[in-house]
Design a binder for this molecule. Structure first.
Ligand SMILES: [Mn+2]
Length: 334
């Protein structure tokens, strides 16, 4: 078989998720950090959220498995992100002390310091939501090359605030999935005043559950407020909040309606979550902004439907975040 024919055949087969080696989006897999603008990274961590079944470390593998079929062009922006940026699968963060949350967060942070040093914009697949704390310790704030030493403006789409300052620990985890959104503000990694939490919902355990977010200075749009104000108004609010700062997007899959994302760790079945269209539109608020990275968290593959719908949705969200970064690179190169 000639090389040309093989290349043509491969091009055809590469669109099948079940053919070949399952890297993220069938990207080139490399452990070296060379020649990379955007890096997909797996963070197989699940000891930062002990409230649920502990299967969130299986998330990266599940998204790798299905994401080959999501290697597509961006119809709305009319471009191919894969052609605008050098995008590679950089593998998984090694977490040899997997059952020790604090050790894992330290290891995640060290891994991502190296990512930032190499000016790679990471799109990470978790893992529970505590990974965001480790990632931001690596890539944001004083000394960060990716943010020029600044804290990030955070676009946080989630059913929960993750600012549970009142808890000393979360079933033993301190730098936990319930704490990261508060300690990152105190450590100068997130500028809360230019950050926004969107989609908080459900009947909570206490009436004052939003107070720590307000006290820290976050802009907050609960699901009830979203329904009152409408999508366009909230998009305006996101844009005006984030401003021209370096932006980080963190997407907790539990912000979605449980019917389209059943395999998440902290289901909120009491009221509707976002549709995929709404979630994608919220992410597209950052079009043209300096997005330095993002993550998708709380996937629980062992709870997924047989068609892997939650993993497919997680992959689609990862594609959207990556596309925002690639779009900005395209705009800047003109
Ligand atoms: Mn969360």
């Amino acid at each position: 078989m000639t090389n040309k024919k093989f290349d043509q055949d491969k091009l055809m087969m590469d669109t099948m998720y079940w053919w070949g080696i399952p890297s993220f989006f069938k990207c080139n897999f490399q452990e070296s950090l060379e020649n990379t603008d955007i890096g997909f990274i797996g963070v197989p961590h699940s000891t930062g959220n002990g409230t649920t079944e502990r299967d969130q470390h299986l998330g990266p593998r599940a998204v790798r498995n299905v994401s080959g079929s999501l290697r597509r062009v961006h119809m709305k922006y009319e471009f191919s992100p894969w052609e605008e940026a050098k995008v590679n699968d950089l593998g998984d963060v090694p977490l040899p002390e997997a059952n020790n949350n604090e050790a894992c967060i330290r290891d995640i942070s060290n891994f991502y310091k190296n990512i930032s040093e190499n000016l790679i914009k990471p799109v990470s697949i978790g893992g529970d939501h505590s990974i965001t704390g480790g990632i931001l310790r690596g890539i944001s704030g004083a000394g960060s090359k990716l943010t020029n030493g600044k804290p990030v403006s955070l676009l946080h789409i989630d059913a929960h605030t993750d600012t549970f300052d009142n808890l000393d620990h979360f079933l033993g985890a301190k730098d936990s999935a319930a704490h990261w959104a508060s300690f990152c503000v105190r450590e100068g990694l997130i500028n809360a005043k230019t950050s926004i939490q969107v989609g908080l919902r459900g009947n909570t355990r206490t009436l004052d559950w939003l107070n720590p977010s307000y006290d820290l200075g976050y802009q907050v749009v609960t699901m009830d407020e979203y329904k009152e104000q409408g999508l366009q108004q909230v998009i305006k609010k996101i844009k005006s909040t984030l401003g021209e700062n370096p932006v980080y997007i963190t997407f907790d899959l539990d912000c979605l309606d449980p019917t389209i994302a059943p395999a998440v760790s902290n289901l909120e079945p009491g009221c509707n979550g976002f549709s995929v269209d709404e979630a994608i539109s919220l992410i597209q608020s950052v079009k043209g902004l300096n997005v330095i990275g993002g993550d998708i968290v709380c996937l629980m593959p062992t709870k997924d439907n047989p068609n892997n719908i939650t993993s497919m949705v997680a992959g689609s969200i990862a594609f959207e975040i990556m596309s925002q970064i690639a779009w900005k690179m395209k705009a800047d190169s003109k």
